[in-house]
Design a protein around this ligand. Sequence first.
Ligand code: OAD
Length: 237
Amino acid sequence: MKIEKLKEEIFSLKSLLVLTGAGVSQESGIPTFRGEEGLWKNYNPQELATPYAFEKNPKLVWEWYNFRREIILKAKPNPAHFGIKKLEDIIPEFLLVTQNVDDLHKEAGSKKILELHGNIFRTRCTKCNRKEFKKEILREIPPKCKDCGGLLRPDVVWFGESIDEEIFSKILDFSLKCEAILVVGTSAVVYPAASIPFIVKNNGGKVFEINLEPTQISEIADISIFGKAGEIFQKLT
Ligand code: OAD
């Protein structure tokens, strides 16, 4: 069975990079972005997740982030989040890179984690850059900085913005030295995240994938398992 094969491969590794996307939190009740029931089916990312949108209408953008905070606050980590934490405990050199902003990996106990697209519960002042992390729904929107009165924004990466260089260079270093990457629940269409499995592959590493359906990663994957990540992780770890 494919899961048995993947288990055998993964548990013999000395180093592993795990890359996750919205699919890993789907079984926790958080909608994904693409696909039939994805958020981008009903909402326009250009009007909600770009610096231009925020400049034009910060209140609307904050309403959208408050709405997502509300959904996420009700959610709990699922067996995929816990399974990934288990891999962190077992594999000597481990790094989790997530595109998710929902904080659920941390809630499941993951420590060796880099949040590529930021965190929905962190705000950043557009004037003084002060950051604050609070797991709550904001009462007054758009919120203002306690220190300087500047406008606060969600500390996430929007379309058209670049990824934190320090974070990406850490990911690159790990991609070049790890034995394998496990890609879970991402459509792998947003860059630079989507390039990470290709970097690992080009460097001689193995590529494993867990997703509901084939993605562009499937073409380079040594093993692809199609199904729900939570259900697969229950058998895997
Ligand atoms: P997407 O919504 O693009 O893709 C979700 C992937 O998860 C799809 O390939 C689904 O097939 C798969 N999936 C859904 N449910 C699953 C389940 N239960 N188990 C396993 N797989 C499942 O989400 P991302 O790839 O994370 O960025 O999207 C990347 C980025 O685009 C996001 O971080 C966000 C978005 O727009 C920004 O907002 C900047």
